[in-house]
Write a new protein. Structure first.
Length: 254
């Protein structure tokens, strides 16, 4: 991983271009640790992207071939690597923007799905490719993909491992938008600048409510929503928003 901070943006770049930014065990742990450093006091956005021509080809198949482990060891490894990636992305208190500069396959597709915004170049291709190597979708794929694209589409993508275009990914709801390559940076920057003008702490509360309530009964979801709204009511961001409205000006959030 290559991690840099600039003007309130934490940018994490997958930096194995020769391997199409495939994730080894070490790379997955490094990625999760990088995401965990996002802090609403210091950052208003996390941007994920890949070095070279690919966003990420997913799990490193060469390292898979070298593994010698029993079921318990495999379970612990998956939980501590891609399981932790899911946990950090879903619980990240800062909005995450995927800058999908090229193909996103397997875990790369799942990370795109886990991001709060995802903009992909028009010639990027996607695949839920786990089935091609005899695996089920991980990195939250079985959990989040059906919620984003619908049950039947999720089954088709997972069962077949077929490749599909960025335009189709946008149509399915997997990404926010497919854009021309020369417009990708501008589109990501526009979103980041918009987020800079919004209260990051409040967005963090929104993420918690939305993600925690994905599988709850509506009454439990409503109760949890109310608890987090109480926190929002007592925040500096709420006070500033109300004052700005009453004074007829744009709010200035920290």
């Amino acid at each position: 991983m290559h991690v840099e901070e600039d003007d309130g943006v934490l940018q994490i770049t997958f930096d194995r271009p020769d391997a199409m930014n495939a994730f080894s065990t070490a790379a997955a742990i490094e990625f999760a640790e990088a995401v965990s450093t996002a802090d609403p006091d210091d950052h208003h956005a996390v941007v994920l992207t890949g070095e070279g021509e690919a966003f990420s080809a997913g799990g490193d198949i060469e390292s898979m071939a070298e593994r010698e482990e029993g079921p318990q060891e495999a379970y612990e490894r998956v939980c501590e690597t891609f399981g932790r990636v899911v946990e950090e992305l879903l619980e990240c208190p800062v909005p995450v923007v995927a800058r999908v500069n090229g193909d996103a396959v397997g875990a790369g597709l799942a990370i795109t799905a886990l991001s709060d915004f995802a903009y992909a170049v028009e010639d990027a291709t996607f695949s839920c490719a786990f089935v091609r190597v005899g695996l089920i979708p991980d990195t939250g794929g079985t959990f989040l993909l059906p919620k984003l694209v619908g049950l039947r589409t999720a089954k088709r993508l997972a069962f077949t491992g077929e490749f599909f275009s960025a335009a189709e990914a946008a149509e399915y709801g997997l990404i926010t938008e497919a854009v021309a390559e020369d417009e990708l940076d501008q589109r990501v920057d526009e979103t980041v600048r918009t987020l800079e003008r919004r209260p990051t702490e409040t967005i963090g509360l929104m993420k918690r409510a939305i993600h925690e309530n994905l599988g709850r009964h509506w009454s439990e979801a409503l109760d949890y929503e109310s608890l987090l709204q109480v926190q929002a009511y007592s925040s500096d961001a709420h006070e500033e928003g109300v004052n700005a409205f009453l004074e007829g000006r744009e709010p200035k959030f920290d």
